[in-house]
Design a protein around this ligand. Sequence first.
Ligand SMILES: C[S@@+](CC[C@H](N)C(=O)[O-])C[C@H]1O[C@@H](n2cnc3c(N)ncnc32)[C@H](O)[C@@H]1O
Length: 183
Amino acid sequence: MAPSFADGHSKMYKPLNLKSGDHILEVGVGTGISLTNIPDFVKVDAIDYSEPMLVKARKRQEKGEYAAKINFQQMDAHVLEFDNNQFDHSVVAHTLAVVAEPEVVLREIMRVTKSSGLIVIVNHYKDKKGIIGTIWNPFRKLLGLGKHVNFKQLIENCGLKILSEERVNRFTTHSRMLVCQIP
Ligand SMILES: C[S@@+](CC[C@H](N)C(=O)[O-])C[C@H]1O[C@@H](n2cnc3c(N)ncnc32)[C@H](O)[C@@H]1O
């Protein structure tokens, strides 16, 4: 499904205006496709619950597909094994809709991200469920889009401020990229 998500993956690190030495967290990294877009002057901790996904991501790393230094770890996003305020910024793509408790995960991401930092969320998102929002929708299942999550509500519940919103993956998953600031 990589081409379906490629547009969002290529854009999601750009709003961070990365500086040399920045330390970034990517949650639910999957097979690590998004990491090919990161410059060599930052370091990234990339976590996923699925070890088979991480095996594929590490293979990309062995093949030299990443410029940045990436540390992959198997971890549950509901209980991030990182210190408070450890990361300059965090990103999470197509994952908040597949975890059991999206609010718990988003609050964990906030906890480990510096208060000056940004959190970039990329996900299929509609204000109302609609036909694509139904869990049994075969297209939704095929793309692994997970359940319908009201992202605006979720972000508001967590006390984050939305700085910008952009449509990405327009012709495939109709995702949005939400750039959020920790107050
Ligand atoms: C639809 S995939 C998206 C992968 C990648 N971010 C991308 O955009 O290509 C969702 C990912 O979330 C991971 N995931 C699901 N539940 C998780 C959890 N509780 N903790 C960490 N990762 C989780 C899955 O293993 C999967 O790799």
